[in-house]
Design a protein around this ligand. Structure first.
Ligand SMILES: NC(=O)c1ccc[n+]([C@@H]2O[C@H](COP(=O)([O-])OP(=O)(O)OC[C@H]3O[C@@H](n4cnc5c(N)ncnc54)[C@H](O)[C@@H]3O)[C@@H](O)[C@H]2O)c1
Length: 257
C-alpha cells in the first residue's frame, strides 16, 4: 500500500545520490515531488524517472532561491506537506590543512542551507495537515568524525536546529525530525570523492578505507539507500504523527545514542 498518496514533498539535493533515491521512492509511494538542486540537469533527470515530479534550479545558501523553490512547488501541486533537507557537501581535512573558507562553506551549505529551506517552507507547511520536515543528517551529527570537523560540526548544528524548531513548530502541529544514516559506501559521494579524501587524510589505501568503515558496523555491511528510504517514508507519513524533535540512526548499530 502506498504511504504518501496526495502529499507534496519538496526534496533538496535530488540531482543524484540519496536525494535522487528519496525522490524516486516518494513518487512510488504516491507523492508529488518537487526537486531542488543547483545541478538542474541532474534534477531534471531525476524528475524524468518518476511520475508527478518537477525540477527547479536553486541554491540552499540563498534564501530567495529557497523561497522560489517553495513558490514553484506550491504553484505546481497546490500544497507543500513535507520538506526533505537533503542537500549537503563534505570537505574534509586536518585543522592545519582545511582552509577556513572551506570550513565556512560546509557550514553555509549544510547548516545555513537547512535553515534557509526550512524558513522558506514553513509558511506553506502551516497550511497543510500532517506537515513535517525531515533533515538528512548523519552519524557524524552524533559523534565527532576524524579530520572531518566542518561536516561533523554542521551536522551537530543540524540536530540543534531540529530540536529547536520542533519546540517552535509543535503548537502548529508541524513535526521535524532528522535521519542519521551510516556510510552509504556505494553512493557517488563516496565513489567520486570520499574514498580518495579519506585514503589521503588517513594514509591508507581506498580498499583499506572500505574495510575499515565496514568493520565499524555491527550488522557488517554498508548502509543502503533503501535503509534510509524506509525510515523517510515512515517519518513523512501520518504513522509518525506523535514523533518530533528526534534524530534517528540508520547505521546498522554503529551509532546507538
Ligand atoms: N553518502 C553518504 O555516505 C552519507 C552518509 C550520511 C549522510 N549523508 C547525507 O545524505 C545527504 C545526501 O548525500 P549524498 O551522498 O547523496 O550527496 P551527493 O553529493 O551525492 O548529493 C548532494 C546533492 O546536493 C546538491 N547540492 C550541494 N550543494 C547544494 C546547494 N548549495 N544548493 C542546492 N543543491 C546543492 C548537489 O548538487 C547534489 O545533487 C547529505 O545530507 C549527506 O550529508 C550521506
Amino acid at each position: 500500500m502506498q504511504k504518501l498518496i496526495g502529499k507534496t514533498i519538496v526534496i533538496t539535493g535530488g540531482a543524484q545520490g540519496l536525494g535522487r533515491a528519496l525522490s524516486i521512492r516518494a513518487s512510488k509511494e504516491g507523492a508529488n515531488v518537487a526537486i531542488g538542486d543547483f545541478n538542474i540537469e541532474g534534477a531534471q533527470q531525476t524528475a524524468n524517472m518518476v511520475d508527478n515530479a518537477i525540477a527547479h534550479k536553486m541554491d540552499v545558501t540563498d534564501f530567495d532561491s529557497c523561497q522560489k523553490l517553495m513558490d514553484t512547488a506550491y504553484e505546481a501541486f497546490g500544497s507543500i506537506d513535507v520538506l526533505v533537507c537533503n542537500a549537503a557537501i563534505l570537505l574534509s581535512g586536518a585543522i592545519e590543512e582545511l582552509a577556513s573558507a572551506d570550513w565556512k562553506k560546509v557550514i553555509e551549505v549544510n547548516l545555513c542551507g537547512f535553515y534557509n529551506t526550512a524558513k522558506a517552507a514553513v509558511p506553506y507547511l502551516r497550511k497543510s495537515k500532517g506537515a513535517n520536515i525531515i533533515q538528512i543528517n548523519s552519524k557524524s551529527g552524533k559523534k565527532g568524525s576524524l579530520k572531518n570537523s566542518a561536516y561533523s560540526a554542521s551536522k551537530f548544528g543540524g540536530i540543534g536546529l531540529v530540536q529547536s524548531l520542533a519546540l517552535e513548530l509543535a503548537p502548529s502541529q508541524i513535526r521535524i525530525n532528522a535521519i542519521c544514516p551510516g556510510n552509504l559506501l556505494d553512493s557517488p559521494l563516496w565513489q567520486n570523492s570520499l574514498f580518495a579524501q579519506y585514503a589521503k587524510n588517513q594514509g591508507i589505501t581506498e580498499q583499506e578505507v572500505r574495510e575499515k568503515y565496514i568493520a565499524q558496523v555491527p550488522l557488517g555491511r554498508s548502509c543502503q539507500y533503501e535503509d534510509v528510504e524506509n525510515l523517510f517514508v515512515f517519518l513523512a507519513s501520518d504513522d509518525a504523527g506523535y514523533i518530533t524533535g528526534q534524530a534517528l540512526n540508520v547505521t546498522g548499530g554503529q551509532q546507538m545514542t
